[in-house]
Ligand binder design. Structure first.
Ligand SMILES: Cc1ncc(COP(=O)(O)O)c(C=O)c1O
Length: 429
């Protein structure tokens, strides 16, 4: 009853993301989370098989993260981050740089994936501007998604999401991503794009294009593409927002490649999914283009909540949990379960392009007709899963699992079972 009341109140005043408010089903009110489960007011449990938009790593309502957040809120909840600093921010940057274990030397805070991309793009363009070699072009992949702010939309594939804003997006050189069968085409297109001397940067999602449909790349070819950019002095921007913090089976997607990015973007799993926080890191070489007694060379960017101490404390707590051996064990166990499930459904007539990388398993549902985000098949799949208390939000006809790492063996088997039930249901009609 109370649930119903909350839904009615929500429907009167709230505007939900990526939601056509007129046609969408009413939202499901959630009051509690534990591990991979979230509960409504009546105690009904849902398995969060997509980690609440790929954020959650160690589980919902994690007592260790909650305690650290609480302690930090009592100590200092927020302090302006220009002219001031604090322990959680500095310690977090030190630990993040240690985890990256490569060429990154400086970290700039913001609040979410999109803003981490805006910062990266500004760093990239202004780096060249400060060196008196202004360059205007970014190379990005077709199917890319880097967020919803204007810079992030500009470097993302043009789609229904960005169509109303097309006149306001800057021009980008889109090349084919190195999907299976497309490797040489991607290399050829990159070489062609690099013939211009006006290329400032190349942005990519290391190994998996998330919102583009969980499209997986061969690390060797991506490495070659990054290498081609490096040879031309083009700044490489790794968008680790989705793939970072274990999703691909290594701590960062970039760890699959030899060639390392000049700029890296982190969010989502940075705080274990508990608080809004993002970081953009860069090499010392990029930083040096800004480090000057000339104030015009300053990176003039910042947000009210830059470096929020509570969010940093959550991120530090998440780092502690990553250092516990059980997290690595869970990652391996999820991958093993995925492999077994793949074997089980690989010959199913409705399953195409079955693939997995780390904790992510994806396939396309064989379906004649519209397979877009707006298709009826997408809605049908979503409703089938949610009616069975499994949160598996498809991308068009792409069904994927990307769970919190604490999901139990039994819970993951329940997710597989519901996918098999869907396949049976669709086959029978
Ligand atoms: C690869 C990638 N980059 C950037 C973003 C944008 O992040 P946010 O939604 O936090 O703005 C996303 C979001 O899904 C993403 O998957």
């Amino acid at each position: 009853m109370a649930n119903k009341d909350l839904v009615q109140r929500d429907l009167k005043v709230v505007w939900h993301p990526f939601t056509q408010m007129k046609t969408a089903r009413p939202p499901i009110p959630i009051v509690k989370g534990k591990g991979a489960l979230v509960f409504d007011e009546d105690g009904k449990a849902y398995i969060d098989a997509i980690a609440s938009w790929w954020l959650n790593t160690h589980g919902h309502g994690h007592p260790y993260i909650a305690e650290k957040i609480y302690q930090q809120a009592l100590a200092i909840e927020h302090i302006i981050f220009a002219d001031f600093t604090h322990h959680p921010a500095v310690e977090l940057v030190e630990r993040l740089l240690e985890k990256i274990n490569g060429n990154q030397a400086r970290a700039f805070f913001s609040d979410n994936g999109s803003t981490s991309i805006e910062v990266a793009l500004k760093m990239c363009f202004q780096h060249w501007h400060n060196l008196d070699q202004p360059k205007t072009k970014i190379i990005a992949f077709e199917n890319a998604y880097h967020g919803d702010t204007f810079g992030a939309m500009s470097v993302g594939a043009r789609s229904a999401f960005s169509a109303p804003f097309a006149p306001f997006l800057f021009d980008v050189e889109f090349i084919e991503p190195p999907l299976p069968g497309n490797e040489q085409l991607a290399i050829d297109q990159m070489k062609k794009a690099l013939e211009s001397d006006d290329v400032a940067g190349f942005i990519y999602e290391p190994l998996i294009q998330g919102a583009g449909g969980m499209l997986m790349h061969d690390p060797k070819v991506l490495d070659t593409l990054i290498g081609l950019c490096k040879a031309k002095n083009v700044l490489c921007i790794a968008d680790e927002v989705m793939v970072g913090f274990g999703r691909t089976g290594k701590f960062f997607g970039s760890h699959w490649m030899e060639n390392q990015a000049d700029i890296m973007c982190f969010s989502k799993g940075l705080t274990g999914g508990a608080m809004a926080l993002a970081i953009t890191t860069c090499t010392d070489q990029v930083f040096q283009a800004f480090y000057s007694s000339d104030k015009w060379k300053t990176l003039f960017h910042g947000h009210s909540f830059t470096g929020n101490p509570i969010a940093c404390a959550a991120a530090l707590a998440s780092m502690d949990l990553f250092d516990r051996p059980e997290t690595a064990t869970s990652l391996l166990r999820i991958e093993k379960q995925h492999l077994e499930f793949k074997e089980k459904i690989k010959d199913h007539p409705l399953v195409t392009n079955l693939r997995h990388q780390g904790v992510i398993l994806a396939f396309e549902l064989q379906n004649e007709g519209d397979n877009s985000y707006f298709s009826s098949i997408r809605d049908e799949i979503w409703h089938f899963f949610i009616d069975r208390q499994i949160i598996l939000r498809p991308l068009g006809n792409t069904i994927y699992i990307n769970p919190p790492y604490c999901i139990t063996e039994t819970e993951l088997n329940q997710v597989y079972q519901v996918i098999e039930d869907l396949l049976k249901h669709l086959q029978l009609r």
